[in-house]
Ligand binder design. Structure first.
Ligand code: GLA
Length: 340
């Protein structure tokens, strides 16, 4: 294994950005930026030994700073949506930044994805840390966050989240990598299996209503592997609301999903100790020129965002996202790669 930390240009206001890169003995590599604790590149072996960068991203810090799609970023303090941008905790109502109509999305106007983190590389991992101060984007209490990205010799990426709360607060961290196992082009022919019997019903703003729906007999049934795009344009009110898949699946166990591409031969399995996973088929992805000469486009990637259920603060019965003062929360998600 080898590791390096190096400059990655600067944001448009001149703030310097740093990258940390680790490589395993097989030549697989991971590059993470201190801006947003962002996965900038993840190169894994494909069929015939050719390496493929399986996440969409940019070549420059300026483009990350201007981007609106959370490409590869660590998302928090609470990932996904909070209805009405408010919640009540300990008898007090907290108002959060509104950045998705009337709702709060992905931690607000300047969430964890748009912050500079402390970054360091060990031989086999990149560690990003930051203190989110009391009141940031409306959230209560200081929150110390450490995200560790470890790359194994077997080309698995393990992301662990360790969070310490100074006051009672909701927390829900995820990574917003846009996976394309061919490195670019449409991702709708990728084959996907999701181990979930139910998913969260969304309202017209992609906000969970609190109801869980059965996947049986719907385009949301991924229990048997099928191409991601096979049913995406089916006549279905839930799909219409998201312009495709943009829904939280209620995972049955630790094994969350398997994504594969016949073209590159790459198989990615997702495991997590979290109860939910957002399947987002890049329905709103901006048409930007990306790194490696790849043109990013709508439905050109699959996001598999492991998480607590969105809008949990306002939905009775969802697993609680509240971390109590003085307590520590730990979770992990593993993206493991192999070849067909
Ligand atoms: C998540 C949301 C989507 C969208 C993307 C970012 O996956 O559920 O609706 O906001 O992030 O563009």
């Amino acid at each position: 294994m080898s590791a390096a930390v190096f400059p990655f240009g600067a944001l448009s206001d001149g703030t310097p950005v740093t990258a940390a890169r680790i490589e395993n003995d097989a030549g697989a590599s991971l590059t993470v930026l201190n801006y947003g604790a962002t996965i900038q590149s993840l190169r894994v072996p494909g069929r015939g030994g050719a390496f493929v960068d399986v996440v969409l991203g940019f070549d420059s810090a300026v483009e990350y700073g201007a981007g609106a799609d959370y490409l590869g970023a660590t998302v928090g303090r609470v990932a996904n949506r909070i209805g009405g941008a408010k919640f009540t905790l300990g008898g007090k109502t907290y108002s959060l930044a509104k950045n998705d109509g009337e709702n709060h999305l992905h931690g607000g106007v300047r969430g964890f994805d748009k912050r500079i983190w402390a970054i360091a590389a060990t031989e086999d991992s990149v560690v990003c840390e930051r203190l989110s101060p009391d009141g940031e984007e409306g959230y209560p209490g200081d929150l110390h966050t450490r995200v560790t990205f470890a790359l194994t010799q077997g080309s698995a990426l393990r992301i662990t989240y360790d969070v310490y709360a100074g006051a009672d607060t909701p927390v829900n961290l995820t990574n917003h990598a846009y996976f394309n196992l061919n490195g670019g082009g449409s991702a709708m022919e990728h084959v996907l299996q999701i181990f979930a019997d139910r998913f969260c019903e969304n309202d017209e703003h992609c906000l969970p209503t609190g109801r869980l729906l059965s996947v049986t007999g719907t385009p949301f049934d991924f229990r048997e592997a099928k191409p991601v795009g096979r049913d995406i344009d089916a006549e279905n009110e839930q799909l219409r609301r998201g312009g495709g898949y943009d829904h939280n699946f209620c995972l049955s166990g630790r094994r969350a999903a398997v994504l594969s591409s016949e073209e590159s031969g790459i198989v990615m399995t997702v495991e997590t100790d979290l109860p939910g996973m957002q399947l987002y088929t890049a329905n709103f992805l901006s048409e930007n020129p990306g790194k490696n000469g790849v043109r990013m486009a709508r439905r050109g990637a699959v996001c598999l965002e492991t998480q607590l259920y969105p809008n949990a603060m306002n939905c009775w019965g969802f697993p609680t996202p509240i971390l109590r003062a003085g307590r520590h929360m730990h979770s992990e998600t593993v993206y493991a790669f192999s070849v067909l």
